[in-house]
Ligand binder design. Sequence first.
Ligand code: MN
Length: 147
Amino acid sequence: MNVVRKFLDGFRWKGVEVLDYKPAGTHFRSISRQVLFDGPGELDAQLRYFAIEPGGHSTLERHTHTHAVMILNGRGRGLVENRVYDLAPFDLVSVPPGCWHQFRAAPDAPLGFLCLVSTCRDRPQRPTPSQLAQLRENPELAAFIRT
Ligand code: MN
């Protein structure tokens, strides 16, 4: 285990592989994942870095585990529960259990963020058509959501 992972240009860390965000799907776009910390037992958590390219987005999803997200790079917006927030470096976003969430990079800027999660966590759920229709009753959410 590396005690120090050196930060490199382009929001990379030395010795850390750039992975797919998720195995496959069309419900996200232009997003990658780096696992910076993987709890060895005493701290059952993972710290990941997600990089969304300009115009890209994460999956609209919810789950019973919590996220602590810190923006590190670029600019974008995030949907949490029933609001959309402007996001910039060093903003801290808490995603409570059971809340719908999605992150989008600005059209002309990337969005990079750290995301802390428990190692033991449930699988994300995507909205059913009726849940999606309910979310879209809010015009702000309707304009933001990408599926
Ligand atoms: Mn999530």
